[in-house]
Design a protein around this ligand. Structure first.
Ligand code: F6R
Length: 258
């Protein structure tokens, strides 16, 4: 894994924004996997200020959605993606896909979502945040490392963390639809971003711990092109952080690639 330690959320947003704009300009990035939550917001804001027509031509696939929230609920992920991604990046809404949390047949909707990713030629770059329990998407601990898009039950710790977006914890749905770990691992490149001390333990387990479904983000160790961009606080429990900084300052080929 390529670990990059930066100072501020805005530095993380610019770094990730540069990576995306480079891929878009080179024609290697046509389909972007997008996450909701607080962590990736600085990426979308950074891209909004550096918009290009090629960026606006991207297709996008969201990671997850709550089950049972009406799509016009301001905290449904389809609403969040409309606001933070489709709006800021000026994407064509017809090319932005969010898993359906209200379909009468959720299993069929999950299969359709996987088929839509395949029809788009796969995801070129998947943006990810990480939960304090190590989840990516809403793949909670013990998710199969080979899982596909499916319905999951949220852990109470996740519902508590996400209650900041709702009036109270009781309003946070109990179920969600999420891309699986197998789905995420098929993206051609993955980029995980995290900020703050609350994420330090999850980052250490994901990067330096054993690959285990108890920390779903550790599955990214199996990905050949995974970059983790974090601030100092989130890096605090990494035992090899001096080495990562040294690598950052002495890149192999001058471009930062590992
Ligand atoms: C959101 C998602 C989640 C979040 C994670 C961190 O689409 O898939 O895995 O990335 O819960 O959320 P924040 O960034 O709000 O701390």
């Amino acid at each position: 894994m390529h670990i990059v330690i930066l100072e501020t959320a805005s530095d993380i947003g610019s770094y990730a924004g540069d990576l995306i704009l480079r891929g878009v300009a080179a024609g290697t990035l046509r389909t972007l996997g997008v996450a909701t939550g607080s962590s990736p917001l600085s990426i979308y804001k950074s891209l909004e200020h550096r918009w290009t027509p090629a960026l606006g031509a991207l297709s996008a696939f969201a990671l997850d959605e709550y089950v049972g929230l009406p799509p016009d609920h301001p905290e449904s992920y389809s609403a969040v993606i409309r606001r933070e991604v489709t709006g800021r990046l000026r994407l064509d809404p017809a090319r932005v896909h969010v898993p359906q949390g209200n379909a009468p047949d959720l299993a069929a909707a999950c299969r359709d979502f996987e088929d839509a990713i395949t029809a788009a030629g796969g995801i070129d770059l998947q943006i990810l945040g990480i939960g304090r329990n190590g989840h990516i998407g809403f793949n909670e601990p013990t998710s199969s490392l080979a899982s596909r898009t499916r319905v999951k039950t949220l852990m109470s710790a996740t519902r508590m963390d996400n209650s900041r977006f709702f009036a109270d914890e009781q309003q946070v749905p109990r179920h969600c639809v999420t891309q699986g770990l197998g789905t995420i691992l098929e993206a051609r490149e993955v980029l995980l971003v995290a900020q703050g001390a609350a994420k330090a333990e999850a980052i250490a387990r994901a990067v330096e711990g054993p690959v285990s479904s108890m920390c779903p983000a550790s599955a990214l160790q199996l990905h050949p092109r995974a970059t983790v961009v974090i601030d100092e606080e989130a890096a605090r429990q990494l035992t090899l952080r001096d080495y990562y900084r040294y690598v950052q300052e002495n890149p192999v080929d001058g471009s930062g690639a590992q």
